[in-house]
Design a protein around this ligand. Structure first.
Ligand SMILES: CC(C)(COP(=O)(O)OP(=O)(O)OC[C@H]1O[C@@H](n2cnc3c(N)ncnc32)[C@H](O)[C@@H]1OP(=O)(O)O)[C@@H](O)C(=O)NCCC(=O)NCCS
Length: 191
């Protein structure tokens, strides 16, 4: 998985051997403000060992380029801000084990200290463009129906609202999609 650059951000793999990466993941995912809309049964992380496991799972080897779950960091000082993901999304009704739906999802989880600066939209825009440049023609985003902040990111990215859906993760979500032929200039820029 390669890194990506945006005007203000460096998107890079998580490093499970870097204690600062693990500490940041634990600090982020142990917060209810971050977790309340994530997962079928939201829960906060309670043990740092869970963050080590997460960093391992999200590190370099997990996905083929351009897919990946990357650390969002600030270019000016390396400050960790959160995670941006582009990955296969499991279909509903396949929980054990989850089976891919054939679709690719984009998502974003920022530390609350990093909210309100446009970082999620900037990171996701670069990841989406990289996905389209590599040949994806459709990317979805699943949001909890009450997660207006995440739905606002979808809209800022130009994603189209498809209403409520039960297609993924065995949950009802507010579903958004982006299509490569509907993102002006992304493929042409080769991003
Ligand atoms: C969803 C989430 C990433 C949204 O974060 P966010 O910071 O609101 O989103 P953006 O990066 O698009 O930033 C937009 C905000 O930055 C502000 N902003 C400030 N400077 C900006 C800039 N230079 N460029 C763009 N926006 C800027 C915008 O005005 C907007 O704030 P507003 O909504 O108060 O008007 C964040 O709430 C989060 O991590 N939540 C917890 C995890 C989660 O629920 N993830 C989604 C699961 S589906």
């Amino acid at each position: 998985m390669s890194g990506l650059l945006t005007p203000r951000l460096v998107l890079r793999p998580w490093d499970p051997s870097d204690p600062a990466d693990v500490d940041f993941l634990f600090d982020t995912y142990s917060r209810w403000d971050v977790q309340r809309y994530i997962g079928r049964v939201p829960r906060v992380m309670e043990d740092r060992a869970e963050a080590v496991t997460l960093a391992r799972r999200w590190s370099d080897t997990a996905y083929q380029q351009p897919l990946g779950i990357r650390a969002v960091t600030r270019a000016s000082d390396g400050q960790r801000l959160g995670s941006v993901l582009l990955k296969p999304i499991p279909a509903s009704g396949t929980a054990d084990p989850p089976q891919p739906s054939g679709d690719v999802e984009i998502g974003w989880h920022l530390h609350p200290d990093a909210w309100g600066h446009g970082y999620a939209t900037e990171a996701a825009s670069a990841v989406l463009a990289a996905g389209f440049a590599s040949g994806l023609d459709r990317v979805v985003a699943v949001t909890h129906p009450d997660n207006v902040a995440s739905q606002a990111v979808c809209r800022r990215l130009g994603m189209r609202s498809l209403g409520l859906s039960d297609a993924y993760y065995d949950v009802t979500c507010a579903l958004f999609e982006a299509r490569s032929d509907a993102v002006p200039g992304a493929a042409a820029r080769g991003e």
